[in-house]
Design a protein around this ligand. Sequence first.
Ligand code: ZN
Length: 294
Amino acid sequence: MEKIDKFYQYKNLYACPICGKKIRFHAGSLVCKKEHCFDISAKGYVNMMGATKPLKGYDRQFFMSRSEFFAKGYYEHILNAIVKKVSEIKAAADGAAAGADSKEGAESVSQLVLIDAGCGEGYYSSALAGRIEGLQIIAFDIAADAIVCAAKSKENVAWTIADVTNIPVKDGICDILLDVFTPASYKEFGRILKKGGYILKVIPGSNHLKELRKAAREQLKNKDYSGDDVSDYFEQHYDILSQETLTNTMPIDQETLKTLTEMTPLLFDVDVSRLDLSEISEITVEAQLIIGRA
Ligand SMILES: [Zn+2]
């Protein structure tokens, strides 16, 4: 029951993805003024899309592999950088709230709305909810299997099946938008972000999984990662506050490497059985973290 009731506190942030009207919480569902009804699963997520088809390659096995891989810490440096930035934004907001409060010694804690666009199995949002107080987090993904996987988390996150081109939240409610390794919809991002709201975008760095790409070189269509297009586009829409490269190279055994080959979109069109991975003993996970302000 608890997993359904948590959506009560999020109802004022949602908007109907069909008609755009306000949403209320009614008998374990989210319902809009025109009676479009979205069921909340007892497993702790809401489907704001209706029937969904699994996307090619993005099935339950894919997200299970990713959860396993994340648990080994290969992406922890990216997670830590995101947690640090969100903490800083939160502390600044708390400071501003305290300054606005005339009562001496009153402790003000701000409430910030964080939207995680394309959250996958919820690695980042679960950690943010667990480590930082005073965040309301709506994390969504178009892949139902990802959200089912994410909802296993004990943390207070509103897990939502939704489409990035039609995000089911009200205009201008988002303080912090997270867009990690997923395609953006800048039109929707512009609509939901508050004036002065932050966007944290993470894209693969030029050395990302370089060991694996080297082994698969002959079969890969795009041999290099380039973040240039993303940076240019980003610059047109936001004030860029910072841009940093996050790199970590860790040892990897053959079994973990196999898990990685099952979870990386990089190899979706590659015949993994033809790859010689025996020479690989370490793997580099590299990303660019770009922070912009609307
Ligand atoms: Zn509606």
